[in-house]
Design a protein around this ligand. Sequence first.
Ligand code: I22
Ligand code: ZN
Length: 203
Amino acid sequence: MPNNADHDARNALVSRLFEDSARANRATLAATNHVIVAAADRVIACVDADHKILSCGNGGSAGDAQHFSSELINRFERERRALAAIALTTESSTLTAIANDYDYDRLFSRQIEALGRQGDVLLAISTSGNSANVVAAVHSAHAQGMSVIALTGKDGGALAALLSDSDIELRAAADTTARIQEMHLLFIHCICRLIEDHLLGTG
Ligand SMILES: O=C(CO)[C@@H](O)[C@H](O)[C@H](O)[C@H](O)COP(=O)(O)O
Ligand SMILES: [Zn+2]
């Protein structure tokens, strides 16, 4: 069992983490408020035209990619029609075959070659902006005529540099992976809320 001094130190650490997250939250809102709305509008145009959203990322960002697709396919907060979305992080046979036969860097890009169509949107998630398989996914999305919404952090990394003028970058104003991921989930929930308001009216 931790002693009292340890207990106080751990309480202080948790307070600091909450404070860091709140600071990141405020700074990210200031930097991205209108970009979040633009990203939601891009997804709305995609679903209104019966196109689909593909999503990808590694580690915690793989979880975020799945979190987003589940909220589109199932629902977020309100009853509405099902929306077409595929997380490219879930099919173990496909994932292991691509990594084994080609390269881990092609994990997502190969699936986009198979599934991506003009008018679809790729949600590309990387806290560093430097995951090679996410970078390759963006190249592949461009080749398929898709547009990209990139969730990034830090300085945006390689991802930010390769986005086209019609793509959208939502960059969390934070430097640590965990804080950036917390902002990414808030981006996702804001977009889901704006989609449901569009489909159902603000209620
Ligand atoms: O969730 C975490 C850390 O919070 C990790 O699993 C993290 O997602 C992994 O290290 C990823 O490989 C990091 O990739 P990226 O965000 O830089 O693209
Ligand atoms: Zn959620």
